[in-house]
Design a protein around this ligand. Structure first.
Ligand SMILES: Cc1ncc(COP(=O)(O)O)c(C=O)c1O
Length: 378
């Protein structure tokens, strides 16, 4: 088994997840897919939302499931009524997929996109936000932890400063759910999105969103699918839920949702019993091991850090290091500068090595990583 230090890409699924998915798939092959879905209806229509509600500390009726974090994000954001009068605040750490959508919305509606400034060490200038917020800021978008490096943004503090204002507060929690405590209630956001496959250790092809009542009231989803809407005459239709499932599509992979439910319940058992160590001490070990090597530059802005360490090496491109480490049984990944383009471009980073340990890793794993990296660079 390789040493897996790529949880920021996708975490290793625990047996409970694989078992839930294979059981569902075998049921589909043996008994029929619709019949199997009916057998699992309690979990698929209720249980998984309740598990997610406990993980995110959010009401179950405000949650929706999607096939990726990007789909979750775009399904909510494209439903917002934006106009040329509106200002959108993003940060230099905005994920490229979200940024492409903002760029397209600017083209369509004329919204102004403004980038929150950073303090010299790379933290967001929260005081600038506090002093500059006005009525015409319609949306503030902050990633809890960005895609390319481990900085943790103070999403609760930002939520508090935005609370008196009419702007919608959107938090991309793709890299934080499963490794950091995430409480929608404490953050006070209107949208929070994530993926199942990363630190939650769920399957690929799963994403989710908390879509709060304030956002729902203002949003106009372009379509409602048949699990939430009926044609009431030849020309009229009615949506029969107030909740956030109205943003979903009806068709989904039952096996993937069963796997996500198992991952959420696994996460709840882990955090509620708190028997396993978190990944953060390992992050410090990774950082220390990398820091001592010659020709390495850490891309590690900010004061608070999650379990992600990113670095570039003067004399070895990141894709080569990823491939050579893989050949030696160590999984790391390449953080592409273009995926967090505003920040990474300002740092002159095209590609970096991203190392993301999780609770299943051990100090010995980090020692193996450090030994193999040293050998490659020798
Ligand atoms: C911060 C962040 N946001 C959004 C995404 C997009 O997630 P998905 O690939 O599930 O759409 C990623 C993916 O790595 C990410 O790191």
């Amino acid at each position: 088994m390789p040493v897996h230090l790529n949880t920021a890409g996708a975490g290793l699924m625990p047996d409970a997840v694989v078992d839930a998915m294979t059981d569902c798939l075998r049921g589909e092959a043996r008994d029929g897919a619709y019949e199997t879905e009916l057998r699992h209806a309690d979990t698929l229509d209720k249980g998984v939302y309740e598990s997610l509600a406990r993980v995110l500390d959010a009401p179950a009726e405000d949650l929706a499931l999607f096939d990726s974090a990007t789909r979750a994000w775009t399904s909510a954001v494209t439903a917002l009524p934006l106009s040329a009068r509106d200002r959108i605040w993003i940060t230099p750490y905005e994920y490229a997929g979200n940024l492409i959508l903002w760029t397209e919305l600017r083209r369509r509606t004329g919204v102004r996109i403004e980038v929150v400034p950073l303090l010299p060490g790379g933290d967001l200038d929260v005081e600038w936000m506090r002093n500059s917020i006005r009525e015409d800021v319609a949306v503030v978008s902050v990633p809890h932890v960005p895609s390319g490096c481990g900085i943790v943004h103070p999403v609760e503090e930002i939520g508090q400063l935005l609370a008196p204002w009419p702007c919608l507060y959107l938090v991309d929690a793709c890299q934080s759910v499963g490794q950091l405590p995430v409480s929608v209630r404490d953050i006070g956001c209107d949208l929070l999105t994530g993926a199942g496959r990363k630190f939650l250790r769920g399957p690929r092809g799963t994403g989710f969103a908390y879509i709060g009542p304030r956002l729902r009231e203002r949003a106009h989803p372009p379509f409602h699918d048949l699990h939430v809407a009926d044609m009431t005459s030849g020309t009229t239709y009615q949506v029969h839920t107030e909740g956030s499932r109205r943003f979903e599509y009806a068709e989904r992979s039952a096996a993937a949702v069963m796997g996500l439910d198992a991952a959420l319940r696994y996460q709840l058992r882990r955090t509620e019993s708190a028997v396993e160590p978190s990944g953060s001490p390992l992050r410090d070990l990774v950082r220390a091991a990398v820091e001592e090597l010659p020709g390495i530059r850490l891309v590690d802005p900010g004061t608070h850090h999650a379990s992600i360490v990113t670095f570039v090496c003067d004399h070895a491109p990141a894709p080569r290091l990823r491939d050579e480490l893989a050949a030696r049984g160590v999984n790391v990944w390449v953080a592409q500068g273009s995926h967090t383009p505003l920040f990474m471009r300002s740092e002159g980073v095209d590609h970096a090595v991203r190392v993301a340990p999780h609770h299943y890793n051990t100090p010995e794993d980090v020692a193996v990583f450090a030994r193999e990296l040293r050998a490659i660079l020798a």
